[in-house]
Design a protein around this ligand. Structure first.
Ligand SMILES: [Zn+2]
Length: 70
């Protein structure tokens, strides 16, 4: 919003479907199983670690973990 207000005439905003929270992209549903991305051990469940170049990184507390699995 650029701080511009429209005067009368537009009482209702057209409803737009919000994109699904990014959070849910971390969940993969395969069959009847839900696989969850790794969570941050510091921030707890709900804060996912980002997978980058074989490392897991928390964008919240900057915790990073090496992914030793190959
Ligand atoms: Zn964290």
């Amino acid at each position: 919003m650029a701080g511009k207000k429209k005067s009368a005439g537009q009482g209702k905003k057209p409803h737009k479907n919000k994109p699904t929270s990014k959070k849910y992209t971390k969940y993969t549903i395969s069959g009847d199983k839900v696989t969850r991305a790794k969570c941050c051990p510091r921030c707890g469940p709900g804060v996912f670690l980002m997978d980058s170049q074989g490392r897991l990184y928390c964008g919240k507390c900057h915790y990073s973990e090496f992914n030793t699995k190959k």
